[in-house]
Design a protein around this ligand. Structure first.
Ligand SMILES: [Zn+2]
Length: 118
């Protein structure tokens, strides 16, 4: 059995058990695959897209995901998707700095960026 710190309160415990202090399930940090959100294909504006990114980051961290993949669309000639893309990528870069994470373009999808927590 491996020991790990609770992601809520930092109390150490065994992986697979519940934290004795707050009851959270203890699991290896960033053990889950990327969480994927789409912020471009339901007519989102910048404000909605930014809110979805913020919620997504929180959910990904709480769920011990290794990162958050944000589908922002390819951008391009129509203007609007490009605006969302630039806004979202800028936002991810700022969050990456704050969280000591990193941002990378998705190699498999030109319309997505990934925020890796480690
Ligand atoms: Zn705890």
């Amino acid at each position: 059995m491996d020991e790990v710190e609770c992601h809520n309160c930092g109390v150490p415990g065994m992986i697979g058990k519940n934290c004795f202090k707050c009851g959270a399930k203890l699991q290896r940090r960033f053990s889950q695959p990327l969480l994927v959100i789409d912020v471009a294909h339901s007519g989102e504006d910048r404000v909605v897209a930014a809110r979805k990114v913020a919620t997504g980051i929180e959910a990904a961290l709480n769920g011990s995901h290794r990162g958050l993949k944000v589908i922002h669309g390819r951008g391009g000639k129509t203007g609007r998707p490009g605006v969302i893309k630039n806004h979202v990528v800028g936002l991810l870069r700022r969050e990456a700095k704050r969280l000591e994470a990193r941002v990378a373009a998705d190699r498999n999808n030109p319309g997505a960026h990934i925020l890796y927590f480690e």
